[in-house]
Write a protein that binds this ligand. Structure first.
Ligand SMILES: CSC[C@H]1O[C@@H](n2cnc3c(O)ncnc32)[C@H](O)[C@@H]1O
Ligand SMILES: [Zn+2]
Length: 432
């Protein structure tokens, strides 16, 4: 057994209290062995966490990681125009190499901002899985299916690809990668394809992840054509199960909040993307009150425009109060829960908590900063004041991915250089 001790820090516990403790990790099993005093002597290696907060690694519940290449490419438009006029034409030019390079850039950003696990919907899953394996994170990956712009053969091929790659990559990277069937949304995948492929996903034991109720424009056609709300339609199609999770959930009414709570289906709140695309304010406080499993996600870097879960946490707290017209809504503890255990539960991966036997996924944040002084309440600091640049060390599955702000699994300057070149070439092709 090889052990690592994270020493001298303040540790955030699952009950949202903070205590002084060292953390002893079994690196081979990727597990926390013990939280306690003076554990350095028992360890093969140590990582200093003095004047620092040791938290569970953050869990980004909804992302399109390779969209880092399109960061800043198309801003200041609503979802539909943004996708149709800019993003989908540019994505039509993406090569598998672009997707791997964009993923590396996104993973670099995640490691630097303390994220250790994420869920991702995109194309060319093998490229993303390869990058995740090398970078050392944990992920639930899926191939996103869009049928509306395809003929029947193309649509069925797309949906079959989503099933095939999910079956092939589940358990990859020593179990750090899990998968899901990922129809893009309830309006971009035709009913006949949901009828055919959702049962196949169930037979294969796959969870289902999709965008739902993101904009009012997405709700109206479903209500007009079918006479039911989108999540009632999703339930009819067998897409509202405990292992499933939807992204956004902005325009959900009380009946849909009830359906989500009853089904145990997770909702990944994406406040920055919802604000930037002016999609709306999700009723997060109501969902929490009704017992919906709520996690937090950045969405892609083209609608955010970064992948920092600390930024997302602050956004979630702020917009949660505005939406509820109540300053006590979506408090710091709720947000920190969402960015750790909440997202992990929603995307159904074992992570997001620091306790004996838990997966050794951690972030260590430097507290010796003007914006983190004084330290009345470290949970408040995580939700409202901490930033990506405060992250000193990131550990996933017992492996140190970043030590003293140096990422060990990816070569930062090379990744940035490759990504800049790939992005410039992509945009030139898209605008030809
Ligand atoms: C088919 S792969 C995923 C697909 O989703 C697109 N996308 C990115 N952000 C959003 C969003 O907020 N709502 C809906 N779709 C989004 C992405 O560009 C890919 O095409
Ligand atoms: Zn999305």
């Amino acid at each position: 057994m090889t052990t690592l001790a994270i020493t001298g820090g303040q540790v955030l516990l699952p009950d949202m209290t903070v205590t002084r403790a060292d953390v002893l990790i079994d690196q081979e099993r990727g597990e926390i062995l013990e939280l306690g005093d003076d554990l350095a002597a028992d360890a093969d290696e140590t990582l200093d966490a003095s004047d620092s907060l040791v938290t569970p690694g953050f869990v980004n519940g909804h992302c399109h990681v390779s969209m880092t290449l399109l960061r800043g490419y198309a801003d200041d438009k609503p979802l539909d125009a943004w996708l149709q006029e800019d993003i989908w034409p540019a994505e039509g030019e993406l090569t598998p190499d672009d997707i791997r390079i964009g993923a590396e850039l996104g993973l670099l950003e995640m490691i630097k901002s303390g994220t250790t696990a994420f869920a991702d919907m995109y194309f060319e899953l093998p490229e993303i899985a390869d990058a995740v394996e090398r970078a050392g994170l944990r992920a639930r990956l899926g191939h996103g299916v869009v049928t509306v712009v395809k003929d029947d053969e193309g649509a069925r091929e797309d949906a079959q690809t989503s099933l095939d790659v999910a079956a092939e990559y589940d358990g990859a990277a020593d179990g750090r990668i899990s998968t899901a069937f990922m129809p893009h949304s309830l309006t971009t995948v035709g009913e006949e394809y949901l009828d055919e492929f959702v049962p196949k996903a169930r037979e294969a034991g796959l969870p289902i992840h999709y965008h739902a109720n993101e904009t009012a424009d997405e709700v109206t056609p479903i209500v007009d054509e079918r006479g039911v709300r989108p999540l009632a339609y999703a339930a009819e199609k067998g897409m509202l199960e405990p292992q499933d999770f939807v992204a956004h959930g902005v325009h959900v009414d009380e009946s849909e909040i009830g359906l989500l709570a009853e089904a145990g289906t997770g909702v990944i709140h994406c406040p920055a993307s919802n604000m930037k695309l002016a999609s709306g304010m999700a009723p997060v406080q109501r969902m929490l009150e009704e017992g919906v499993s709520v996690g937090l996600g950045t969405d892609g870097a083209a609608s955010n425009n970064d992948l920092s879960m600390l930024d997302e946490a602050r956004d979630a707290a702020m917009i949660g109060k505005l939406a509820a017209e109540d300053a006590s809504a979506v408090p710091a503890e709720a947000v920190v829960e969402m960015m750790t255990q909440g997202s992990a539960d929603a995307i159904d991966i074992d992570a997001g908590r620091l306790e004996d036997g838990a997966p050794a996924d951690l972030a260590v944040l430097d507290l010796e900063k003007p914006h983190l002084t004084p330290a009345h309440d470290l949970v408040s600091h995580l939700a409202y004041a901490a930033a990506a640049a405060d992250v000193r060390h990131t550990i996933c599955d017992g492996q140190v991915l970043m030590r003293d702000r140096e990422v060990l699994t990816l070569e930062e300057s090379a990744v940035r250089e490759r990504a800049s070149e790939a992005a410039a070439s992509l945009v030139a092709r898209a605008e030809e």
